[in-house]
Design a protein around this ligand. Structure first.
Ligand SMILES: [Fe+2]
Ligand SMILES: [Fe+2]
Length: 166
């Protein structure tokens, strides 16, 4: 179980890298709203990682830092960025389901309970990305609609609390 949670921690750190890369893609195209959206995503992923970091310590486990894979640094289109994000989130969801299933099998009820928060979070994240993919499909080649969405995304508040050491 400790290995599974350590691997999940590594996936959250990869998610930070992936979303910073996506944020950078938009920043270099002057789509500041999209860049802001993914910058906040990266911050949320860091919060996920730190929750798991703290949990491993709370149950007297050991954090084994691993190499974090490099994300793609080039993307084909705005839509492709969001599709990649959805594919990635679905993989993360599967990984969390696997941990929860294993926790039940092992009668590790603490880990089972801890990961319930992540199950709900994954539903929200996937729903957000799916909605944005639909909006981008509706926009098509209409640049004024694209800038309206960009402005909307610029207003996304950061709801991530500062992560404090437990
Ligand atoms: Fe996450
Ligand atoms: Fe995520």
């Amino acid at each position: 179980m400790e290995k599974l949670i350590n691997d999940q921690f590594n996936k959250e750190l990869y998610s930070v890298n992936l979303y910073l890369s996506m944020s950078s893609y938009f920043k270099s195209r002057d789509l500041d709203g999209f860049a802001h959206f993914f910058r906040i995503q990266a911050k949320e992923e860091n919060m996920h990682a730190m929750k798991q970091f703290d949990y491993i310590h709370q149950v007297d486990g050991v954090i084994a830092m691993q190499e974090v894979a490099a994300p793609p640094n080039t993307f084909e289109s705005i839509k492709q960025v969001f599709e990649l994000s959805l594919t990635h989130e679905r993989l993360v969801t599967k990984s969390i389901y696997n941990i929860v299933e294993q926790a039940l099998n092992d009668k590790d009820f603490a880990t089972h309970a801890f990961f319930q928060w992540f199950i709900t979070e994954q539903v929200e994240e996937e729903a957000t990305v799916k909605t944005l993919i639909k909006k981008i499909e509706m926009i098509g080649d209409n640049s004024s609609s694209l800038y309206l969405l960009n402005d909307e995304l610029l207003k996304r508040p950061s709801v991530v609390p500062d992560v404090e050491l437990k």
